[in-house]
Design a protein around this ligand. Sequence first.
Ligand code: AMP
Length: 286
Amino acid sequence: MRIALPSKGRLADDARELLELAGLEPEMRGERALQAALGDDFTALFVRAADIPEFVADGAADLGITGRDLVEEVGRPVDVLLDLGFGRCRLAVAAREDDRIQSIDDVPPGTRVATTFPRLTERFFARRGLPVTLVPISGAVEVAPHLGVADIVVDLVSTGSTLRMNGLREIATILHSTALLVGRTTLGRDDDDARRARELVAALESVIRARGKRYLMANVPRAALPAVKEILPGIDGPTVIDILNGGEHVAAHAVVDARDVYRTIARLKEIGATGILVTRIERLMP
Ligand code: AMP
């Protein structure tokens, strides 16, 4: 199966890292190769992220990884198979900080809007019943108001520092976006391609799920096991293993939320735990 991947840009490295963690490392023949084998079942096609929705919609690729923003902007039918969680950003309307436009309600009819997302921008303002003049440009949207070619902009925002650096203020959000795994709508349900796509989804999901989790091991007094069960709920409760040291202590293992690890360790220490070990998990399939 052919899977279209971003060749460069913000999503390229994260997409590749996710696939590698799932056990699919592209066998590149040269740095600038357009194609690479990806495990036994897939061929990666390296293309512009913005072209991926089109390639998947018309079947040139069976699957693709690209941003929701681009899928929505291109507007061609594809199936969203999995939200991959990275590439988080929002498509926002922004005006000059020193402008009289302070909120979206201040935007007067006929305002010139510079954007690389003309379709989504047009739809947003049409839904508000506000006629605007689109100024489609291909990059560096944030300078348009300073050059006098537009009054406001519609642009992707991640940290907000590009807008701030250019003296722009966000006044509305059009869309929240993350990277998606998409598939052609003709994939079907029970042929070999559909099965392979499902296996890929399961593999990627297991990596994404594992990212927010840690595997925690500790030696705890056997007498404290009721408290341990409360501190380490795990997926099905902690695993308890005998230690061959006379039986007073046991080893308790559990999967815990990464963001709770700090507190969990403190609580385990309070009940006399020793030998606490925390490791990352590569993949997690409950
Ligand atoms: P920031 O300064 O972090 O808000 O990033 C804004 C700049 O990065 C803008 O030029 C955006 O076009 C671009 N950008 C931010 N997030 C993404 C993304 N997920 N995909 C593509 N471009 C992005």
